[in-house]
Design a protein around this ligand. Sequence first.
Ligand code: PMV
Length: 308
Amino acid sequence: MKSSAPGKIILFGEHAVVYGRPALAVPVAQVSVEVEARESNRPGVWIYAPKIGLRAELRELPPDHPIGSVVTNVFATLNLPLPTDGLEINIHSTIPVAAGLGSGAAVSVALTRALAKFLQRSLSDEEVNRLVYEIEKLYHGTPSGIDNTVITYAKPVYFIKGKPGETFSVGKPFTLVIGDTGIQALTREAVADVRRQWLKDTSRFEGLFNEIAQLSLIARRSIESGRPDMLGELMDHNHWLLQEMNVSSPELDRLVHAARDAGANGAKLSGGGRGGNMIALAEKEKAEAVSQALLAAGAKQTLITEVK
Ligand code: PMV
């Protein structure tokens, strides 16, 4: 039984979302995870994920291993004992790891659904989302829940922590160029660092978060009403606010500037920051030139994706 899940990218509101402000994220279908769960002759539950060098029997994994935990949680939620006869799980992913593209959440979503199918049980999207959020805590400490929500529903999401995500429609498709710095940065460290700064300088940081919240709100309206051309300026503003929070980096700033110089309408870092990805808004016909400019400025890879 196979199931797949897309990657994701945050458009607006990263970090502020941890403090109750809204954020926007969209699925990225160009990259994905595919999971197959099937019977095998080998006793036990064998998990193969070549990309991360995982080749193990479930019971050999530490109890807080995120992938092992998905398997045990799905069986527990469905009130089923873990199988002792052969179950083989194959995980194939084209989503870069630790780059802000949601690879961990996508593995969890695809694996949860593949197991449910294999067990001939159905899980609602809400149940999948809830299960995967628990696993996100193992990856990220105190995640807002935006990754699991956008990847579970595979639709653009307006997200406020602690509330069900609101999916929304795109009035007019628009093109994003995603540039990867190639630097693997841990989201939990950037989140912890923002918390330290917020504790020291709470009123300033609350002000920054409030400005970001306004940008997320206006951006959602622009996307829904078919005015994606307004997003560029909002992205530039959001990037500046993230710089103020010290979560950008010289590499991210270089890519953001290169994208703007190559004709992008706006650009910002996306996700935890310090490394990982940035995004640029570009007219469809300029996207390839922006992508080339990002590679020339040091991006390790780029993706062009249409949000629709
Ligand atoms: O680096 P990513 O794409 O997983 O995004 C992290 C987003 C934060 O707002 C920084 C953290 C969170 O849990 O929402």
